[in-house]
Design a protein around this ligand. Structure first.
Ligand code: AMP
Ligand code: MG
Length: 409
């Protein structure tokens, strides 16, 4: 008989194997840019124009000729009109002349410098300026932000607010994006009660389905919730088959710890392939990964904190690869820890922490109880404190590595 679990492996080893087996989805669709929000760009975007498209003023003030700026003392210029944002001044600014100009308005012919309105003395038809100005000041130049033909976005970019605005600023109405991922999930365990049903003796409410839902929702994934499935072979098998038909990726929680593992393994070996791993991380030791039909499969641990930690640390990079997203450099901070954090050497630990500003520097605190069943710790926390396998107990005031949740969600 083969053992249900291979020996302990490191998180990096597991990630390497998982990522190597994932092929990004190929299908691409054309979407209006608002509908493309939260999707992954599938093409390279080159700018069809210069941004800004014309020289304009960075200030409310007066457009003048740099050559007319006085070297010493004051000079007086004749005011010959106004350039409004959207309604440029039609004529040229001649010697010793100026034009009233608004922020963003086109610089009139002949003028190359803007004097802030606060810096002039104005009469009806004239302004007087001093010698403190620099030729060319307060002017935004053609193509200063983006040059025509320049690549502004690369395939693999997640389209968020700034990208939509950037596309709109180039007059681009539609883009090619990868089609959204489809994910299905269900929970297994006879002790689980679906919310809305009365809790029987020895039961707990199923919470993992809701955390998994929330984590997937933030990724713009199409979601199929298959509910709570009893620990019975036929039910579990039917749920796996249905999930694999509906989705590109299937998540379950529970049933992968040593006691239950054979059951999941036998069920899945009929429908696909599965690896049951013990990963040297805490929380989240047991993990199943494999394929069911054409879908990828993650069997997350049942303990609520383990399910979340494993999702973020293992499944998220896999989801990103599957959706075609270009990996971003991970955001990690080295911060002073204000609490003592208990730890035994042996496993890579993802403790829950609270990242905060103490008025002088960023610091981190622990959240107290770190049990893998204490889901409230995830809600109180805003970061993982990552402690290496070799690390022992962290003493008050020492530096620890911190991964903000905001960089994951
Ligand atoms: P298991 O991996 O199935 O042995 O479950 C490990 C622990 O997680 C047990 O205490 C389960 O009751 C709990 N658990 C499993 N699935 C869920 C779930 N969907 N929601 C909340 N707790 C769960
Ligand atoms: Mg179970």
């Amino acid at each position: 008989m083969t053992p249900s679990h291979s020996p302990l492996m490191t998180l990096d080893q597991a990630l390497e194997q998982i990522l190597a087996s994932i092929t990004p989805i190929e299908s691409v669709e054309t979407q209006a840019i608002m509908d493309a929000f939260g999707h992954i760009l599938a093409e390279s975007i080159h700018s069809p124009l210069n941004v800004p498209p014309y020289q304009n003023s960075a200030m409310d003030g007066y457009a003048v000729r740099g050559a007319d700026l006085p070297a010493h003392g004051d000079t007086t210029l004749e005011l010959i009109g106004t350039s409004w944002a959207g309604t440029p001044f039609a004529n040229e600014v001649g010697e010793k002349q100026c034009v009233r100009i608004m922020t963003g308005a086109k610089m009139p012919e002949g003028a190359d410098t803007v004097i802030m309105q606060e810096d002039v003395q104005k009469t009806e038809q004239q302004i007087t300026i001093g010698d403190e100005h620099r030729g060319g000041q307060h002017v935004r130049h053609i193509g200063e932000d983006i040059r025509k033909g320049e690549e502004v976005l690369q395939p693999g970019k997640l389209l968020k607010a700034a990208e939509l605005g950037l596309l709109a600023s180039l007059g681009i109405a539609e883009v090619q994006v990868r089609r959204p991922l489809k994910a299905a999930f269900f929970s297994t365990g006879d002790e689980l009660c679906a919310i809305g049903e009365p809790l029987q003796e020895g039961q707990i409410y199923d919470s993992n389905r809701y955390t998994i839902f929330g984590m997937l929702k933030g990724l713009g994934v199409e979601i199929h919730d298959l509910g709570v499935i009893r620990d019975q072979r036929e039910e579990v098998e039917a749920a796996f088959s249905r999930a694999a038909e509906l989705a590109d990726i299937v998540f379950t929680s529970g049933g992968v710890s040593v006691g239950d593992a054979d059951f999941v393994k036998q069920t899945l070996e009929k429908l696909g392939t599965v690896n049951l791993w013990k990963i040297a991380m805490k929380p989240g030791k047991p993990l199943a990964f494999g394929r069911i039909g054409n879908a990828y499969f993650f069997g997350l641990p049942g303990n609520p904190v383990s399910a979340m930690a494993t999702f973020y640390q293992v499944a998220l990079p896999a989801l990103h690869k599957l959706m075609g997203k270009t990996p971003e450099p991970p955001l990690r901070l080295k911060l002073r820890c204000l609490d003592k954090l208990k730890k035994k050497p042996g496993r890579l630990d993802f403790q829950r922490g609270i990242l905060q500003y103490d008025g002088d520097e960023l610091v981190v605190r622990g959240v107290g109880a770190q049990g893998s069943h204490i889901l409230s710790s995830m809600s109180r926390a805003n970061c993982f404190i990552i402690l290496s396998a070799e690390q022992g107990t962290v003493e008050i005031g020492s530096k620890v590595e911190v991964q903000p949740f905001s960089s994951l969600m």
